[in-house]
Design a protein around this ligand. Structure first.
Ligand code: NDP
Ligand code: 2IT
Length: 450
């Protein structure tokens, strides 16, 4: 690994390994960015100042706290809460909260690190951070989720604010959780500070299109990738992993643009629906009833296959959109997709493809978009929500959706142009990392050693 880095960069990565032992997801995310800096490592000295790189790899602030709450049987439960504020050179820390049993410091740090560069690509004035807890909302009653969220916010509130740090949702945190979190923030502070948290409901400060934004944005990005290749989504076979917020709206938008989305998944398995997934039914099952994909398969009947012992990536497709979680698509899955003729892979989730899978896609000339570019529509629309909150305004669905599409088109153009400028045409990973790194580094140089 280290041997693939420019001699100016290798010691930095070695220092990251030493300072953050055992944090494999964090190492993976940092390595990917540092590796992309190879083309400028020997030339652009203002970006390569040792102090810039070191500060970028050391979060500004890392908060870990106890979250005690009482379940419906009266038992006291203890979870661990995190907020890692990685970089505020471009604006207040901004990024989601994840509630999932797998959450640990390494995962929160990798997500926060990715968020800094993703947010820079959006062109909006937002820094990067991430938080969450190893709390599992699955199977918990609304009352339990509320008590957990209230306890979580009772510590978090002192660290966040419109000008400080603005959380939002991620895995396991949707509008229900954002509501309970915002309610407790409002109660503790006695202030209706809408701009402190995004992903709010439409009647209490939320933005239209925020729910749809990550999935829609990912598909807008794919549309641009295909357009550059003289193609479009019409008639394409698409496979989307996951069946949560990002997946559902990626499926919806791909179908609107003429594709047939034939499969999606949850952590128990996947469904194959050759007629094209029924998004309305999916939303009913997942968003309203909070049930599993087995319920979708049962309701849809005959033509749908529910598979529990295999990989969704074995389903042949033209376009693959991993929208579940990190490292869900490995080298073996990538080989299967390539053998089955996949043409485009765009990450709706954060870091869903392993480094080996990314390498295989690029080697095989599959168009590959990294999450920090292709899934940036969610956080970009969060920034639009902050704009609306600051001006006490609400925009129409059409106006907000148009802004989202323009932002995604702009990110695509910047990424492609940067990759070309630095001699890596077609390499979306290099383009995204170089463009965003230089933007953040510029601001850090201007702001001095802070
Ligand atoms: P949701 O909680 O709405 O949905 C997550 C989906 O992924 C579910 O189908 C879930 O299945 C599946 N999943 C989660 N963890 C695992 C796992 N360890 N193994 C297998 N399947 C898993 O989350 P989102 O849709 O919001 O987030 C999905 C991804 O997109 C994440 O990587 C997130 O960081 C990223 N993202 C989200 C944004 C947003 O605005 N929400 C913005 C940008 C990126 P199950 O129900 O069985 O757990
Ligand atoms: O990974 C992400 O970009 C998100 N979970 C959304 C963050 C946000 O602040 O809207």
């Amino acid at each position: 690994m280290v041997e693939n880095l420019h001699p100016n960069l290798a010691p930095m990565y070695e220092e990251v390994l030493e300072r953050n032992p055992g944090e494999k997801e964090y190492h993976q995310a940092v390595y990917e960015v540092i590796h992309s800096l190879n083309p400028i490592a020997g030339q652009r000295s203002e970006y390569m100042q040792w102090s810039i790189l070191r500060r970028m790899c050391e979060p500004e602030r890392q908060i870990i706290f106890r979250v005690p709450w009482t379940d419906d049987e009266g038992n006291v439960r203890i979870n661990r809460g995190y907020r890692v504020e990685v970089n505020s050179a471009l604006g207040p820390f901004k990024g989601g909260l994840r509630f999932h049993p797998s959450v640990n410091l390494s995962i929160v740090k990798f997500l926060g690190f990715e968020q800094v560069y993703k947010n820079a690509l959006t062109g909006m004035p937002i820094g990067g951070g991430k938080g969450g807890s190893n709390f599992d909302p699955k199977g918990r009653s609304d009352a339990e989720v509320m008590r957990f969220c209230q306890s979580f916010m009772t510590e978090l509130y002192r660290h966040i604010g419109e000008y400080t740090d603005v959380p939002a949702g991620d895995i396991g945190v949707g509008s229900r959780e954002i509501g309970y979190l915002f309610g407790q923030y409002k109660r503790i502070t006695n202030r209706y500070e809408s701009g402190t948290i995004t992903g709010k409901g439409l009647t209490w400060g939320g933005s239209r299109v925020r729910t749809e934004a990550t999935g829609y944005g990912t598909v807008y990005f794919v549309k641009e990738m295909l357009a550059d290749a003289g193609d479009d989504l019409d008639g394409k076979r698409v496979v989307v992993s996951g069946s949560g917020n990002v997946a559902i709206y990626a499926i919806e938008k791909a179908a609107q643009l003429g594709a047939t989305v034939v499969a999606c998944s949850d952590s128990n398995g996947f469904v194959v629906d050759e007629q094209g997934l029924d998004v309305e039914l999916l939303r009913e099952v997942k968003e309203k009833r909070r049930e599993r994909l087995t319920a979708y398969a049962e309701a849809r009947g005959g033509s749908v296959r529910h598979v529990t012992d295999g990989s969704i990536w074995s389903v042949p497709c033209d376009v693959a959109l991993p929208c579940a979680t990190q490292n869900e698509l490995d080298g073996q899955a990538a080989r299967t997709l390539i053998d089955n003729g996949v043409r485009v892979v765009a990450e709706g989730a954060n870091m869903p493809c392993t480094p080996e899978a990314v390498h295989l896609f690029q080697e095989s000339h599959v168009l590959f978009a990294p999450g920090k570019a292709s899934n940036a529509g969610g956080v970009a629309t969060s920034a639009l929500e902050m704009q609306q909150n600051a001006s006490r305004d609400t925009w129409s669905f059409e106006a907000t959706d148009t802004r989202l599409e323009e932002i995604m088109t702009g990110i695509h153009r910047r990424v492609v142009e940067t990759a070309e400028e630095y001699g890596q045409p077609g390499d979306y990973v290099a383009g995204a990392n170089l463009a965003s790194y230089m933007k953040v580094a510029d601001a850090m140089v201007a702001l001095g050693v802070v």
